[in-house]
Write a protein that binds this ligand. Structure first.
Ligand code: NAD
Length: 463
C-alpha cells in the first residue's frame, strides 16, 4: 500500500528588467542590499538574467507545436443537472510520442511517488534511471520496463548525453546535490526538472539558471502545489478577490499557514546534515508556506519580519539544522502571511485564507492525497448560522500533473510555469527569513507590482 506522506520526508515579463528594476528607487536598492546578505557574490536579486518568459527556444523544438494530447472523449451524462458534472475520460499520448525522463536518485520520493506517477501521466515515460545502487536500480528498471543500458550511476551520469530516449532529467537527490546534477545535466544537453528546494543557496540557484540558459535547456522546479486542482481553485478565489476588491471571499486580509512533521531520530539522515540539506524545516517543508503564499496571491512580499528560528536545546537532531521557524510576510496588496514550519510537530499541513466575508481553509493543503477545501461564511439559509461548504474536487496525481507540464513545455517550446527563477526567488526569501531571525530586524524587499513575475506559461492540462 502506498505510504501516505507527511509532506517532505514523507514520512510526509518577470521579469523585472534592469531598467525597470532601477525605477523602483532607493528603497528597493536598500532592500536588495539586505537580501543579498546570505548570498554574497550571487547575482543581484531580480536581475539574474533574462526573464523566464524570454527563455530561448531550444533547437529542434521551434515554434511549431509538438504532439498534442488528443481531445478527451466525452460520454453521455447519466445524471441530472443537480449532480456534479462528470469529468472527461482521460486522453494521453501514445508511448512513442511521449517525452522520455531519466529519474536521478532512487529514494523515497522517486520510488513511492514519482515512478508510479508515470502511470497517470499523459505525456511522459520513464526511460532511464540514475542510482548509486546498481542492484536496486536494475530491479526498478525491470518493474518499469527501462532498458538495462539506460541505468547509470553518478560517475556515468554524463553519458546520458548519448541517450536519445532521454529529453528531461528529473533530479530527486538531497538538496545539496541539486546544483551539481542540474549543471551536469544541462551540459549533457537535457532539460531539467529539479525537486524543491532548488538548491542550498540563492547563489547556487542563480548558477543553475545560468547553466541551463547557456546550454539552451529548460529548467523547472517541481512545485507540485502550483499544478494541483484544490490549491489552484483557492488561487482563483484569492486572485478574484484581490482583483475586484471583493470577490467571493470579500477583502483578503491574512494567510495563516503551517507545515510541520516530527522528524525521525536517525542522525545519519541527510535532512539533518547542513551540507546536504541546506537548512532544516524551512527549506524542506516551510518552503511550501512561502511558495504557496506567493502562488495564491501572485504577489512578492515587500517585507519579512518577526522571524524566529528555534531548536530545542540539546536535541541531537538539530545540531546543524533548525527545528522550527515562524515568520511574517507583507505583500503589496496589504495581505499578510503568518507562517510556521517545524520538524518537531505532528503532521501539520494546512492554511487558511482569512477575508472580510468568508474564510477558505485547506487542511491538509500540502499532502499528496486527501486534500480538503472548506469555505466558511454566513449561511444563506439561516441568518444565525455559519455555513461551512466543502468543495469536493477530484484528487489528481500531483507528480503526474507537474511532469506533464514539463513535457508540454518541451514539446511546445513553452517556459515552465515554475522555472528556475521561481526557485531562486524562494531562496532569496528564505535567506531574508534567516536574516530577520538572526538580526531581529524587518527585512525590506523590492516592491514588484506585476503579478506572477517569476512564473512562465501557465499549465493548461490541470485546469
Ligand atoms: P531520500 O533520502 O529518500 O532519497 C535520496 C536519494 O538520493 C537516495 O536514493 C540516496 O541513495 C541518494 N543519494 C545520493 N547521494 C546521496 C548522499 N550523498 N547522501 C544521501 N543520499 C544520497 O530523499 P527524498 O525524500 O526522496 O528527497 C529527495 C529530494 O526530493 C529532496 O530534494 C527533497 O526535498 C525532495 N522531496 C520533494 C517532495 C515533494 O513533495 N515534492 C517530497 C519529498 C522529497
Amino acid at each position: 500500500m502506498p505510504h501516505e506522506p507527511d509532506s517532505e520526508t514523507n514520512h510526509g515579463d518577470p521579469m523585472v528588467t534592469r531598467r525597470r528594476f532601477l525605477h523602483t528607487g532607493s528603497l528597493a536598492a536598500v532592500a536588495v542590499a539586505g537580501l543579498t546578505g546570505g548570498a554574497a557574490g550571487a547575482p543581484p536579486p531580480y536581475e539574474t538574467g533574462q526573464p523566464p518568459a524570454s527563455s530561448p527556444s531550444p533547437p529542434g523544438t521551434g515554434p511549431a507545436p509538438g504532439p498534442q494530447v488528443p481531445a478527451p472523449l466525452t460520454l453521455q451524462p447519466i445524471t441530472a443537472p443537480t449532480e456534479r458534472e462528470q469529468e472527461y475520460a482521460p486522453a494521453a499520448l501514445p508511448p512513442d510520442r511521449r517525452v522520455g525522463f531519466a529519474v536521478v536518485g532512487l529514494g523515497r520520493l522517486s520510488l513511492e511517488e514519482i515512478l508510479p506517477a508515470f502511470g497517470e501521466s499523459t505525456r511522459c515515460r520513464a526511460t532511464a534511471l540514475v542510482s548509486g545502487d546498481r542492484q536496486k536500480a536494475l530491479r526498478v528498471a525491470q518493474q518499469y520496463g527501462i532498458k538495462e543500458s539506460s541505468v547509470y550511476d553518478y560517475q556515468t551520469y554524463d553519458r546520458l548525453a548519448d541517450n536519445p530516449d532521454v529529453e528531461v532529467i528529473y533530479i530527486v537527490l538531497p538538496n545539496g546535490m541539486h546544483a551539481e546534477y542540474t549543471i551536469r545535466g544541462a551540459k549533457a544537453g537535457k532539460h531539467i526538472l529539479c525537486e524543491k528546494p532548488m538548491a542550498n543557496t540563492s547563489r547556487e540557484a542563480a548558477e543553475m539558471i545560468q547553466a541551463c540558459r547557456a546550454a539552451n535547456r529548460k529548467l523547472m522546479i517541481a512545485y507540485r502545489i502550483q499544478y494541483e486542482p484544490f490549491n489552484t481553485s483557492v488561487k482563483k478565489l484569492v486572485r478574484a478577490s484581490l482583483e475586484s476588491g471583493k470577490g467571493e471571499l470579500g477583502k483578503i486580509k491574512l494567510l495563516t499557514m503551517a507545515n510541520g512533521q516530527s522528524q525521525g531520530g536517525d542522525l545519519k539522515q541527510w535532512r539533518l546534515d547542513k551540507t546536504l540539506a541546506g537548512g532544516g524545516a524551512l527549506p524542506d517543508i516551510g518552503i511550501y508556506c512561502l511558495n504557496t503564499a506567493r502562488f495564491l496571491t501572485g504577489e512578492e512580499p515587500i517585507e519579512i519580519s518577526g522571524a524566529q528560528v528555534y531548536s530545542t536545546p540539546g536535541d541531537p537532531r538539530f545540531r546543524e539544522v533548525e527545528e522550527t521557524v515562524n515568520w511574517l510576510m507583507r505583500f503589496p496588496s496589504g495581505v499578510m502571511a503568518n507562517c510556521s514550519t517545524s520538524y518537531g510537530m505532528h503532521e501539520t499541513r494546512h492554511y487558511q485564507v482569512h477575508a472580510s466575508d468568508a474564510w477558505a481553509q485547506m487542511n491538509p493543503a500540502f499532502a499528496y492525497t486527501g486534500l480538503r477545501l472548506q469555505i466558511g461564511r454566513k449561511s444563506p439559509f439561516d441568518p444565525r448560522a455559519e455555513g461551512i461548504e466543502e468543495r469536493r474536487l477530484n484528487q489528481k496525481n500531483q507528480f503526474a500533473l507537474e511532469m506533464d507540464h514539463m513535457a508540454m513545455c518541451v514539446q511546445e517550446n513553452k517556459t515552465p510555469y515554475t522555472p528556475g527563477e521561481e526557485g531562486l526567488q524562494d531562496h532569496r526569501l528564505m535567506e531574508a527569513i534567516y536574516e530577520s531571525g538572526r538580526t531581529g530586524k524587518t527585512i525590506k524587499l523590492p516592491r514588484v507590482d506585476k503579478k506572477d513575475i517569476f512564473r512562465g506559461d501557465p499549465p493548461k492540462e490541470a485546469h
